[in-house]
Design a protein around this ligand. Structure first.
Ligand SMILES: N[C@@H](CCC(=O)N[C@@H](CS)C(=O)NCC(=O)O)C(=O)O
Length: 228
């Protein structure tokens, strides 16, 4: 039995982040689907392991004891430290240098806190249920907040990026950027002005780790979205 289990959903961007990290760390894991559209994240059994009712949740079983961890940023940092680079195939996701590490975290947080939350399913449902927000209003909401955040990411990348978000080495920042672009495309946000974002995204998607983690290749990907 794999010692790592990931409760996640194929097109959740926070899940996609952790799947990329697991692939980059070369870690096997059991994929446990949580169907967000069916509300499985709110079932009492799931809320026991993730009281916030979101995906992903990681379970790391060590000496028959389960360590349960939610929040994609915390999970990725945990994986990086719990499974340090054991061979040249495995990627170190956070730089050792204090300031560089803080900058990677800063970039991840822009995406996690200042962009992702605005497009989250429960945020959109809240707008709909409490303010009678129509699809047009929700679209404007998503586009305005996403574009504001994406512009900030582009400013950062204009200073830090090479092949990837931070120079030519992959970091956790790339695990956050690629899912953000996937979701932005899903919401039809116009990304044409973001040269650095687009370049880094394409470079990442050319790698097998990002391809394996892609939302359209998971066990719970519905057939209409599935690619081989
Ligand atoms: N900050 C959390 C966010 C988790 C989260 O809310 N994930 C979304 C999917 S991308 C979710 O589960 N949404 C469920 C809902 O909105 O009901 C993380 O980074 O893991």
């Amino acid at each position: 039995m794999p010692e790592l289990k990931l409760y996640n959903y194929f097109r959740s961007s926070t899940s996609f982040r952790v799947r990329i990290a697991l692939e980059l760390k070369k870690l096997d894991y059991e994929y446990i689907p949580v169907n967000l559209l069916k509300g499985e994240q709110n079932l009492p059994e799931y809320r026991k392991i993730n009281p916030m009712g979101g995906v992903p949740t990681l379970i790391h079983t060590l000496q028959h004891k389960d360590f349960i961890l939610a929040q994609s940023d915390a999970i990725i940092e945990y994986l990086d430290e719990a499974f340090p680079q054991t061979n040249t195939q495995s990627t170190k996701l956070f730089p050792t240098d204090l300031k560089q590490k803080a900058e990677v975290r800063e970039f991840c947080q822009i995406i996690n806190a200042d962009i992702h939350s605005y497009g989250n399913l429960k945020t959109l449902k809240y707008l709909e249920n409490n303010f009678a927000a129509t699809d047009d209003i929700k679209n404007k909401w998503i586009h305005d907040w996403f574009l504001q955040g994406l512009k900030t990411c582009e400013i950062h990348l204009s200073k830090t990026s090479g092949q990837f978000c931070f120079g030519d080495n992959i970091t956790a920042a790339d695990c956050f950027l690629v899912p953000l672009i996937f979701t932005s495309n899903r919401f039809k946000v116009d990304l044409s002005e973001f040269k650095n974002i687009n370049r880094v995204n394409e470079n990442c998607l050319a790698l097998s780790e990002f391809q394996k983690a892609h939302p359209f290749k998971q066990v719970d990907t519905p057939t209409e979205f599935r690619v081989s």
